[in-house]
Design a protein around this ligand. Structure first.
Ligand code: UFG
Length: 341
């Protein structure tokens, strides 16, 4: 019997590659669409190495509607689309807002349009907890108000959610979910795939592992005078493999729906950890002391955010299985494997 195919845009990227592995583990065949703008070709080989199945690969830019149409027209048995491909650097988005609006919105609209014309259904979108800004109440539920975005990047996520909502309203048979990620960290336990930041990492965990590996002199903790127990910011760090499994659960949730639907889900662990807690836990699992200094606050940082994941637990029939220690251990193994290669 033919395996069910799922299009994974950005399938060679960080969360996309882990999702391809989990889709294959669950019996699906991913079709990766990637332009390798911010990802590496060897990741596709690594997915095959982990799973024994080589995903199909279509090299095209997701903003290229006619290119996508030509390449996808002939495909049979497509069960859904998971759309990861996007620009994602918060700081860069303030320098290049139009690039961010164009790339992130044109790709989403092109895929929705194409899905409708080619008669696929089941669209899963990568959104972010950034849509909530600094929430008034914690943990954050999906009903928390959407705040003014802190960056053009955040605004693209809010705009895409609006686009999907309007699309689904006008196409009532369509099934669409938006997944609002908290902070994805870690790597596959095989150390064959993981995060590959280009240049100086913006995010905490790759900065920590690169510092421990000697690629950076020290980590700067952005502020220790916040209104939190140890003065540093609090986030909900979710293992990328748990996050990847949530995408399989989201596809299966959509397939189960008899009628069209638009729904949103928080994906986190439900627990908050401070920057200093992450550092201490890393030192414990890696068995070393991390060189870090306390520096000034980073502008635009949210003080405290963590998810209420009850809705995802119930409707997606999904729960996290890994914790902060697992994620930091796997991130460290991945960093060391990069040094060896
Ligand atoms: N941090 C440091 N030093 C660093 C890097 C980060 O102290 O060198 C701190 C930050 O100040 C923050 C925490 O570590 O308190 C996490 O920072 P990240 O940059 O790893 O993650 P953010 O929560 O700022 O950003 C993430 C995603 C964005 C998304 C945002 C939503 O990377 O894509 O969550 O809140 F928009």
């Amino acid at each position: 019997m033919d395996k069910k195919r799922i299009i994974v845009t950005g399938g060679a990227g960080y969360i996309g590659s882990h999702t391809c592995v989990e889709l294959i583990n669950a019996g699906y065949t991913p079709i990766i669409i990637d332009n390798f703008f911010n990802s590496e070709r060897f990741i596709v080989d690594r997915i095959e190495q982990i799973t024994g199945l080589r995903p199909d690969l279509i090299e095209v830019d997701c903003t290229d509607y006619s290119g996508l149409m030509t390449l996808l027209k002939g495909y049979k048995g497509i069960e859904g689309i998971i759309h990861f491909a996007a620009y994602k650097a918060v700081g860069e988005s303030t320098q290049k807002p139009v690039d961010y609006y164009y790339n992130n919105i044109a790709s989403t609209t092109a895929l929705l349009k194409l899905m409708n014309i080619l008669g696929f259904n089941n669209f899963v979108f990568s959104s972010s907890c950034t849509v909530y800004g600094q929430p008034d109440e914690l943990p954050v539920t999906e009903n928390s108000p959407i705040k003014t975005a802190e960056s053009p990047y955040g605004r693209t996520k809010q705009m895409c959610e609006d686009v999907m909502k309007d699309y689904q309203k006008a196409n009532q048979d369509q099934k669409v979910v938006s997944l609002r990620y908290f902070n994805p960290i870690g790597a596959h336990s095989s150390s064959l795939i993981g995060e590959l930041p280009r240049g100086v990492p913006n995010n905490l965990v790759p900065y920590i592992t690169q510092t421990a590996a000697g690629l950076r002199d020290h980590l700067t903790v952005f502020g220790d005078d916040y209104d939190t127990p140890d003065g540093t910011c609090i986030r909900d760090y979710i293992h990328v493999v748990d996050l990847a499994k949530a995408h399989v659960a989201a596809i299966e949730y959509l397939i189960r729906q008899k009628n069209g639907i638009y729904n949103v889900f928080n994906l986190g662990t439900g627990r908050g950890n401070s920057v200093l807690e992450v550092i201490r836990t890393f030192e414990e699992v890696a068995g070393l002391k991390l060189n870090y200094k306390i520096g000034p606050r980073r502008s635009g940082d949210i003080v405290k955010v963590y998810a209420d994941v009850a809705k995802a637990n119930k409707d997606l029939e999904w729960e996290t299985e890994l914790d902060l220690k697992d994620a930091l251990r796997d991130a460290w193994s991945w960093e060391r494997s990069l040094k060896e290669n």
